[in-house]
Design a protein around this ligand. Sequence first.
Ligand code: INI
Length: 159
Amino acid sequence: MASIEGRYTNASNIKVGIVVARFNDLITSKLLSGCVDCLSRHGVDTSDLSSQLDIVWVPGSLELPLVCQTLARASKYDVLISLGAVIRGDTPHFDVVIGETSKGIASVSRDSGLPIIFGVLTTDTMQQALERAGIKSNLGWTYALQALEMASLMKEINS
Ligand code: INI
């Protein structure tokens, strides 16, 4: 029997791409800083000259799938993290934005075989989003941990 699982160590040899939406930048920039902090504390070089981390900004969550697909096709990354914030109170087409974004990212991940962490916060209010982006905890940290685990797991399975 093989028991296979991802590890959080050896992060110094993985390449991470983060795609982050500017829409609701107050939230997404906090998710991004939580993400980068977690990656850095696990050994990923997050300096400006790093060859381990690229950060790509897009206008809104609806653009995340296309840019994730483009990065996946570049075959440079072990894992991608998509970051966005869709807040129900602020948009009548909330369901369209979150539905298309989540389906798009899942489809790119399956089609490319590259793990893509779904870090798009979906909340009813800005207050709830703020609580998940730093006031209480920062889910950006959790998304980065999940990215490290999945990058490691896929390497293990494919080795
Ligand atoms: N994009 C978001 O990331 N979050 C939102 O809540 C949102 N709202 O409210 O509409 C949003 N819209 C922009 C959308 O993602 C695209 O950038 C835009 O439609 C251009 O294609």
